[in-house]
Design a protein around this ligand. Structure first.
Ligand code: 13P
Length: 251
């Protein structure tokens, strides 16, 4: 049985003051919530403050990116050790915005995934096709390349410690959600690829989140599909009431 996982990707939003206020809004409903794993991923600048606010709660902390090295001359980067120091449990890697605007390739994502795992962080590894790729009938080949490339060389233990997020690029921030059938089809494909890379029993244990305009109105239907094990939420994670509603829809 895979425990569902709902994560808020705050992206480049929330000052420290705003982040504290958002967490204060989440705590009454989610601090002791156990049916679903709940994660918030603030920007780097708010991690320390949010970490302090989350102490003693059941809400986990995640980051949105990291470098693969422990330390060194990488101006502007943040290391896995620095995230661990702030009690991060998760780190989003290979988000389509990182792939598009910051030219992250599957090879770079793979390096980061391996580094995260070696530091005891759980990577949330994002994959997803663009509208152009979907319309050209390339969903299967694009997803296969991203999954195989981003997760190359992991052990069965490491893939079980990872979370995959299927985020169709055309659904991110657009208000256009994949239908539950469209999402389920790709989630099943991802699980099939994992079965080939590892083994089918291992693949059954890996959690695969859906991301892309998930909101309270569509969360329950998406989350009821057999291979959808949670959500990676952007816009709707910036307001306490909508994020709480989505977390509860995952029960
Ligand atoms: P939206 O929920 O705003 O579409 O963003 C999804 C996303 O990119 C989460 O990582």
């Amino acid at each position: 049985m895979r425990k569902k996982i709902v994560a808020g990707n705050w992206k480049m939003n929330m000052t420290v003051a705003e982040a504290k206020a958002l967490v204060a809004g989440l705590k009454p409903e989610l601090a002791n919530f156990r049916e679903v794993e709940v994660v918030v991923c603030p920007p780097f600048t708010a991690l320390a403050a949010v970490s302090a606010e989350l102490q003693g709660t059941n809400i986990d902390l995640g980051a949105q990116n990291m470098h693969w090295e422990k330390s060194g001359a990488y101006t502007g980067e943040v290391s896995p050790e620095m995230l661990r120091e702030l009690f991060c449990h998760y780190v989003i890697l290979g988000h389509s915005e990182r792939r598009t605007y910051f030219h992250e390739t599957d090879e770079i994502v793979n390096r980061k995934v391996k580094a995260a795992l070696s530091w005891g962080l759980h990577p949330i590894v994002c994959v997803g096709e663009t509208l152009q790729q979907r319309e050209a009938g390339e969903v299967e080949s694009v997803i296969t390349t991203q999954v195989r490339g981003s997760l190359a060389g992991l052990s069965p233990r490491e893939i079980l410690d990872s979370v995959i997020a299927y985020e169709p690029v055309w659904a991110i921030g657009t208000g256009k959600t994949a239908t539950s059938a469209q999402a389920q089809e790709v989630h099943a494909l991802i699980r099939k690829i994992l079965g080939q890379m590892f083994d089918p029993a291992v693949a059954q244990g890996v959690r695969i989140q859906y991301g892309g305009s998930m909101k309270p109105a569509n969360a329950r239907e998406l989350l009821s599909m057999p291979d959808i094990d949670g959500g990676l939420i952007g816009g709707a994670a910036l307001k306490a009431d909508s994020f709480i509603a989505i977390a509860k829809a995952a029960i």
